[in-house]
Design a protein around this ligand. Structure first.
Ligand code: COA
Length: 328
């Protein structure tokens, strides 16, 4: 059996935070943000609502679009670094929200590579013949861990979610064909949240020192991302004998337009084949890949060869090669 994506849905909150809005919060400007990152706006979820709210909205739409009853779902995997709570998992909460009474569920934490890790994991349950309907969610409320007094990080991130349905097919020409995944824990020091975990639980001190926010050293992360994302994308093409003309679409993680451009160049792809929506949403961490697929769904045709490619905190990175299974 191949695992094939049979539906896709995305959700972003209504509230928009523009570069001009950020100019009022920190010492930055629209021109710097656009030229260094490609971002113009990002969406922000209101206080009091968590990641499961956005993931739940995406899954509700997915169920409706695919004419699926919630009870038919076997498994829900949610990729996120901004869970509603440390426990239970956000996937559990989403399952309850949508009424997926027969599903079991768990979260995956691989930062910006979370959706790809989750898709690779979920596809195994389909390929083995164990399950018929698996939902993969990528969702993050980055505004809950972004320091809006730190100009080096607050301009980058936004909130959003996406979800896909994975089902089995005997048609070997479509579906997930290959994935290459990596991680390197030595990258932790450049991109992480210092406190709030078991090493440094929340205290008056950690709050005072602003340690519950994203800590990022932009330059080393940028250098590692440019190399790793381009390398792994070229590697999966080579491994599967794919030339640039065989690839219909690149779906890259949306962290920085310059990283996306470098990856596309390395793959020999022209800009029209690259899904880019970073200007609208910023970096929604686990949300970027499914939000791209959702935005481009109407342009996707059965038989399109797609490469998904990511890099994120951990470090974590990887690429997936799949052939799209339906035309809308
Ligand atoms: N507005 C204006 N100036 C800013 C700024 C902002 N929002 N943020 C940083 N700067 C300043 C810096 O302070 C620095 O000033 P200095 O030269 O006086 O010290 C200057 O701009 C250049 O900073 P630098 O960090 O070298 O910028 P950069 O070109 O590397 O861009 C990032 C910064 C964060 C956009 C970039 O490093 C990046 O995208 N990193 C990787 C992000 C990523 O992939 N994250 C994770 C994967 S999920």
């Amino acid at each position: 059996m191949n695992a094939v994506i049979t539906g896709i849905a995305g959700y972003v909150p209504d509230k928009v935070l523009t570069n001009k809005d950020l100019e009022k919060l920190v010492d930055t400007n629209d021109e710097w943000i656009k030229s260094r990152t490609g971002i113009e706006t990002r969406h922000i979820l209101e206080k009091g609502k968590g990641t499961s709210f956005m993931g739940g909205k995406a899954v509700e739409e997915l169920l409706s679009k695919t004419n699926t009853k919630a009870e038919e779902i076997d498994l829900i995997i949610c990729a996120t670094v901004t869970p509603d709570h440390v426990f239970p998992s956000t996937a559990n909460i989403i399952g309850d929200l949508v009424g997926a009474k027969n599903a079991w569920s768990f979260d995956i934490n691989a930062a910006c590579s979370g959706f790809l890790y989750a898709l690779a994991t979920g596809s195994q349950f389909i390929e083995s013949g164990k399950y018929k309907k698996v939902i993969i969610v990528g969702a993050d409320k980055m505004s809950s861990i972004v320091d809006y007094t730190d100009r080096t990080t607050c301009v980058i991130f936004g909130d959003g979610a996406g979800a896909v349905m994975l089902e089995p097919t005997e048609d070997k020409t479509i579906g997930i064909k290959d994935s290459i995944l990596y991680s390197d824990g030595a990258g932790k020091k450049h991109l992480y949240q210092k406190s709030g975990g078991s090493v440094s639980p929340a205290s008056e001190e950690t709050v005072k020192n602003r340690e519950h926010f994203v800590y990022q050293e932009g330059q080393p992360v940028f250098k590692a991302a440019v190399t790793a994302m381009a390398d792994v994308s070229a590697e999966i093409m080579e491994k599967n004998n794919l030339k640039a003309e065989d690839v219909s679409w690149l779906v890259p993680h949306q962290a920085n337009l310059r990283i996306i451009d470098a990856t596309a160049r390395r793959m020999g792809l022209s800009t029209e084949k690259v899904m880019i929506n970073i200007q609208k949403y910023g970096n929604t961490t686990a949300g970027t890949l499914p939000l791209c697929l959702a935005d481009w769904e109407t342009q996707l045709k059965k038989g399109d060869n797609i490469i998904l490619s990511t890099f994120g905190g951990g470090f974590t990175w990887g690429a997936m090669y799949l052939t799209w299974g339906y035309s809308s």
